[in-house]
Each structure stands twice: as structure tokens, then as C-alpha cells.
Design a binder for this molecule. Sequence first.
Ligand code: BTN
Length: 265
Amino acid sequence: MTMLSENLTTETIRQSLATRIVGQKVLYYPSLPSTMDIARQEVASGTPEGTVIVADEQTAGRGRLKRSWLTPTGNVALSVVFYPRLSELPSLVMMASLAVVCTIESTAGLNAVIKWPNDVLIAGRKVCGILIEADARPVDGDRATHAIIGIGINVTLDPASFPEIEPTATSLYSETGKHISRLAVIRELLKELDRLYLSLESGASLFEKWRDRLVTLGRMVTVTSIDSAFEGFAQSVERDGSLLVRCADGAIKRVVAGDVTLKTR
Ligand code: BTN
């Protein structure tokens, strides 16, 4: 598939970017193993909050639950560094997934939903994965040492070229048949993350907005964590982001970390 090549550089990403925190420092790499690793190195050298690492291609992108994440050239892979309050840590999942949903709607005109906790789906297929790596040791009283939010959005990816994800993945190009500007997607995403983080910092809650976008609630699901799996009815979510699942024997299980597969209706 031939795509228009875009001039993705630190300068084009940052140009007149009207944000207060996110994107004040942007590092762009044509190719690297994972933006998460560079973000960690940046944290170790005292990088400012809102630093963004963007890659055109990742050669060892990683996902949740020890999975890998494919980032061939032409898609979006970035990590953003935050130093949030400890109380804000559970909200970062909500912030990141809401930012992606809004970005997809405004740049591609597509309706996107969130599969608990933070996969973004279009028409039932995954278009975006989010990975949060945080060090929750407190500094300055109530701040976490760091939280790095990694976001991968399939923009030009053709799922048919990758048999391992073909049944479950999609991309903005696959859904629209149009070239969606990757630069526009990145800039919009940074603006949305900035807007939502500022609202969190001012004490607002993202919980209701995130809950209302979840496609998971009211469905039969299979819950998978690293070492176990069970089935049940996804009943509700708690304000800390955990999922309450009713099992066949009536017991309610609270799931803090894991993945859900939606059963077909
Ligand atoms: C998942 O769905 O399992 C999460 C995928 C997260 C992928 C992004 S791409 C940018 C950042 N760098 C990585 O290596 N992973 C995240």
C-alpha cells in the first residue's frame, strides 16, 4: 500500500502546539526498539513533565500482559512522561483512552469505543493499545515518581499483512479507505492529553466519561490475566477503574488488571 509520506519531525509535531504541559519537549526517532525505553531514560535524566517520545517504527514495541506490539512505519507510536499525584494514577487509563477516542473522532470521523480497561475499538476491532508503566513510590509528598503512558494507534497498518492480529485488528485506513494525516493524529492526541490532564490536575473526574464509553458493560466476557482466565457478566466499574464481574455462581469478582474478550451476543 502506498501512502503519502508526511514530514514527521520534532518541529512539525511541536509547531504552534497550543498545550501547557504535553509536548513542550518532543523527541522524534525514525526507528527505535520501544518509545517506553527512551521515555524511561528521559525520566532518569530529569526530563520535564509532558515530554513526548515519538517513533515512526518500533522494532520491539511492547504491549500489556507481556505481549508485543507491532509498529511498522506509518503508524503512531508515542510515550508521554507524567509526574501525577498518587491519587491520579488510576485515572490515567481513563485519560489516555478518552484522549484517543476523541482524537479518532475528530481526525477520522469514526465512532470509537473503549474495551475495558483501555483498548480502543472501531466496529469491534482494536485500533489502539495503551500501556502505562508507573513507579508509584511517592516524591514531594503526594506525587508518583513517574508514569509513562504509551499509545499505539494503527493508522496505515493493513491487518491482512499480519496473520497474528488479522482477525482482531483494524486501522484508520482500513476503516475509512482514506489517508488520515498521522501528523494531525499525533498533534490532536497531544492536545487532548494536555486538556484532560489539566482537568484532572484541577480536581475534575474522568470516571463518568470513561464509563459511558465502555463497550464492555452488560456483556458476557472472558477475563484473562497473566496466569488465569474465567467467564462472567461484566456488571459495572468502580471509580478506581476496576471491573466487577458476576460469575455463574453469583459471586462477584473484582478485576484490577487483566484483559477481557467480549462474547458474541
Ligand atoms: C496493548 O494493547 O497491549 C498496549 C500496546 C501499547 C503500544 C504502545 S506503542 C508506543 C508505546 N511503546 C511501546 O513499546 N508500547 C507502547
